[in-house]
Ligand binder design. Structure first.
Ligand code: PPS
Length: 200
């Protein structure tokens, strides 16, 4: 930014969203998967990615752990850092969806306010998906051993133990994972996505 002036002039694409959608056979969209640690967000996202790709769709995944290894490697788990994590993921998701992709975002994104921020950034292409696995189930799965670490005081501010998670009241899609295998849950997500991004 040049002092005293606004030197930022975003350009719009010269390729229309409709032309992109026609070329790909589907529209772009952001499917924002929120849920507790260990709920299955990443696993379901990866299974759905494979199913969508197999149908010839252009799909990518923005996953919390992956983002935190690169784009968001400067961020921790304070409220402010989680919000910034959500903001960056939403900004990237918007760019990808505008390029015509189906984008699966797998982030805890624990607060309603932060997910509303994501919805604002992404716009109409935003669809909230709640990976609705009850906390005791997530804790019994504990795939990374982090619930145990939080219980024993080795880490603090862990979502679901001593940091809050606000479940969505009215998600566009709710996925139950208890007693269901991953491919079946992923199929429910894929069905919803295919309907949502279909050319009409
Ligand atoms: S957030 O809240 O949306 O910014 O979190 P996210 O980027 O999705 O990262 C969540 C993964 O980081 C691990 N982890 C923690 N989660 C919550 N709280 C604390 N304090 C924490 N420390 C590390 C955890 O393994 C999350 O992975 P998932 O895949 O959600 O289980």
């Amino acid at each position: 930014i040049v002092a005293g002036t606004n030197a930022i002039h975003p350009t719009g694409s010269t390729v229309s969203l409709w032309d992109r959608a026609q070329a790909k056979g589907h529209r772009g969209g952001v499917f924002w998967m929120t849920g507790l640690p260990g709920a299955g967000k990443s696993t379901i996202a990866r299974a759905a990615e494979l199913q969508l790709f197999s149908r010839g769709m252009d799909v990518s995944v923005l996953d919390g752990d992956t983002l935190r290894a690169g784009l968001c490697s400067d961020l921790g788990f304070s409220e402010a850092d989680r919000r910034e994590n959500v903001r960056r993921a939403a900004a990237v998701a918007r760019i990808l969806a505008d390029s015509g992709q189906v984008v699966l975002v797998a982030l805890i994104s624990p607060t309603i306010a932060d997910r509303e921020l994501a919805r604002q950034i992404v716009g109409d292409e935003f669809h909230e998906v709640f990976v609705d696995t009850p906390q005791p189930t997530c804790e019994s799965r504990d795939p990374k051993g982090l619930y145990a670490a939080a219980r024993s005081g080795k880490i603090s501010g862990f979502t679901g133990v001593d940091a809050p998670y606000e479940a969505p009241a009215k998600p566009e899609l709710r996925l139950s994972t208890e007693g269901r295998d991953v491919p079946a849950t992923a199929r429910d997500l894929v069905t919803f996505i295919a309907r949502t991004v279909a050319l009409t």
